[in-house]
Design a protein around this ligand. Structure first.
Ligand SMILES: C[S@@+](CC[C@H](N)C(=O)[O-])C[C@H]1O[C@@H](n2cnc3c(N)ncnc32)[C@H](O)[C@@H]1O
Length: 230
């Protein structure tokens, strides 16, 4: 997508009064995932806009390859797999990764239902660069939601950058965590434009690979108040 299309996508989201692109009751496997180990995009229903935001973006981007760091119990994976089937017209390959073996039970549950799901076990900082290179992966939508340290966010962004297709995005969740925001911003963003995501609970930022000069475009919105003071 180009910057005009991304802005339209974010504006559509921002103008909506309530979510309308998803119903978790219709997601296959969702009910079997159980209790989360740490925070996730759903937080037992406390977050209503995160899934709406991903849904809007995949509907408008029409990605062929989606790759996330941070599987946890698989709420975001489950959402991407279900919503890709519903909103994307082409076949989608979905990759996820987590450092903990505790994720493996739910990985199996999702793989039993979805044959387009690949999982990588290990530290994304170490594992991603050789994996992406050896498999010559080109990604349309990358989600950074794994290691929430400064170095974790920075290295995940750096690892994804060369493998994102022109017009593709890197989405960074949990922008409210200072280390995540600073780490992500300290990756090199020449050739990209950066957009604040509206509505998204606790903040998120999208990096669009559009040949831009690393400019940061703020969105005048509600739920990310206090996150962009500078
Ligand atoms: C916030 S949770 C992910 C939530 C998930 N995306 C969701 O919304 O359902 C973060 C996950 O990242 C994993 N993680 C932490 N450090 C990691 C690393 N270096 N490499 C890969 N995964 C990591 C944790 O084990 C945890 O499950």
């Amino acid at each position: 997508m180009n910057s005009k299309q991304l802005i339209k996508s974010l504006e559509d989201l921002n103008n909506r009064q309530k979510p309308e692109l998803y119903d978790v009751n219709n997601f296959k496997v969702w009910d079997k995932l159980g209790k989360q180990f740490t925070g996730d995009i759903w937080n037992n229903g406390e977050y209503i806009w995160k899934i709406e935001c991903y849904s809007q973006l995949i509907k408008d981007l029409q990605p062929s390859v989606i790759f996330e760091t941070g599987f946890n119990i698989g709420r975001s994976s489950c959402m991407f797999l279900n919503q890709s089937n519903k909103l994307v017209n082409n076949p989608v390959k979905f990759y996820s990764n987590d450092i903990h073996k505790r994720s493996l039970t739910n990985v199996k549950l999702l793989q039993n239902e979805f044959d387009n799901f690949e999982f990588l076990l290990g530290d994304s900082k170490i594992l991603l660069p050789p994996y992406l290179k050896e498999n010559n992966l080109k990604i349309d939508f990358a989600l950074v939601d794994g290691d929430h340290s400064y170095e974790g966010a920075r290295v995940d962004c750096l690892s994804f950058q060369p493998h994102i297709n022109e017009g593709g995005i890197i989405f960074v969740d949990d922008w409210w965590i200072k280390d995540v925001a600073q780490g992500a911003l300290d990756a090199r963003w020449d050739g990209w434009t950066i957009y604040q995501v509206p509505k998204y609970e606790r903040g998120a930022v999208v990096f669009l690979k559009d040949g831009g000069n690393g400019e940061f475009k703020r969105f005048n919105t509600i739920s990310t108040v206090g996150l962009f003071n500078s």
